[in-house]
Design a protein around this ligand. Structure first.
Ligand code: PMV
Length: 365
């Protein structure tokens, strides 16, 4: 019996949230908080998926389903019926199982039937916080299932221990992961699964996803205010404001676009070793300006204001990430930010009831 463990990172948006909905540039980067999936191939005629804290689900593989790389409503309805998931049910368990069933059936049908297997999933990413946890899960499933039915080769670890799939194999993983994401999210942009697959940073503009060649690994504090928000409502709010005040809100979205581009240039300068001190100061200023812009377009929240104030007391710079209205924020740390400053900031944020992690962005896919 063979066992394979795969993992994929979550993501944060560095700059460009909301503006991207209106055709502007956004920068998304990988997070070093990851989702892991262990797949054990066996021959007991069963498929078992263990989603700790969510569910265990066992099926007996039947006949082939479809080999189309699409998720038609009809297919989804059939899968829902098969899994006994009521229509309109959107809880994490149902969606995770539906995504697995779809990918298992469709990848089986695309080349050869997948064998019996036992799958175990665990994650460092909170769900529903805008950190791409569902995409990381989808990427892991796609990579593991494609490897299990030998559509892609099991990569051999390099000398330094890293494991990489070839570019065309990553493309395939990403394509299937996107289908899984569609089942979970309906109409995703494709950014989250692309970051999960390739890692590093991506520039997203007008529906096109472009990997940024080289970005530094940045230290950040990631804070979850745990204030629930609806991305859909917040996106609709920005659209209303833009329709009502096009000549006031339009230039702000243009400015956010320019911030993303300036940030991209600055990251490249840091990689090139150009005046790092100055570059970090630029990154900090861009964070402050964008956070003000995001407040102006109506996606701020008092919980995020408190986050920014608490970290500013330690000369750190923070902004919301993702949809805003609560949710998560990021705080940039410099390479030489001392552990005592980080600890004091974390304590202040924890005292406010927030979850807070020091983590890195820009890691591998
Ligand atoms: O909350 P998240 O990480 O899913 O990000 C939403 C980002 C928005 O720009 C607000 C919406 C979108 O679809 O791009």
């Amino acid at each position: 019996d063979k066992t394979l463990i795969v993992s994929a990172p979550g993501k944060v948006i560095l700059h460009g949230e909301h503006a991207v909905v209106h055709g502007k540039v956004a920068l998304a980067v990988s997070l070093n908080l990851r989702t892991y999936l262990q797949i054990g191939l066996c021959s007991n005629g069963r498929v078992q998926i263990n989603l700790p804290n969510i569910d265990t689900w066992i099926i007996t593989p039947g006949k082939r389903t479809t080999n189309q790389l699409t998720t038609s409503q009809e297919q989804v309805d059939k899968l829902r019926q098969f899994a006994g998931i009521p229509d309109g049910c959107v809880d994490t368990r149902s969606l995770a199982i539906l995504c697995f069933l779809y990918l298992y059936g469709a990848i089986s049908a695309s080349s050869r039937q997948l064998p019996s297997m036992e799958i175990l999933v665990w994650s460092e990413l909170p769900t529903g916080a805008g950190l791409g946890s569902s995409a990381a899960y989808s990427v892991c499933l796609a990579a593991a299932l494609l490897t299990a039915n030998e559509s892609i080769a099991c990569p051999v670890p390099e000398e330094n221990g890293t494991v990489r799939w070839a570019e065309d194999e990553l493309e395939l993983i990403n394509k299937w992961a996107f289908q899984g994401e569609k089942l979970i999210h309906g109409n995703p942009s494709g950014v989250d699964n692309a970051v999960g697959t390739w890692g590093g940073a991506l520039k997203y503009h007008a529906g096109k996803i472009m990997p940024l060649n080289r970005i530094p690994t940045l230290r950040i504090l990631l804070t979850n205010t745990k204030v629930p928000r609806s991305t859909k409502t917040l996106v609709a709010g920005v659209k209303d404001k833009l329709n009502k005040f096009p000549s006031i809100i339009g230039p702000i979205l243009n400015s956010i676009d320019a911030i993303s581009c300036e940030c991209e240039r600055t990251l490249a300068a840091i990689v090139a070793g150009d005046s790092t001190e100055e570059s970090y100061a630029v990154l900090e200023e861009l964070i402050d300006i964008n956070q003000h812009h995001l407040n102006v377009i109506g996606v701020g929240h008092s919980s995020l204001d408190r986050l920014c104030q608490a970290t500013a007391l330690h000369s750190l710079h923070s902004k919301l990430t993702g949809a805003g209205g609560g949710g998560c924020g990021i705080t940039l740390l410099r390479p030489d930010t001392s552990p005592s400053v980080v600890e004091a900031s974390k304590r202040a944020l924890n005292d406010m009831g927030y979850d807070c992690w020091e983590t890195n962005i820009g890691g591998h896919g």
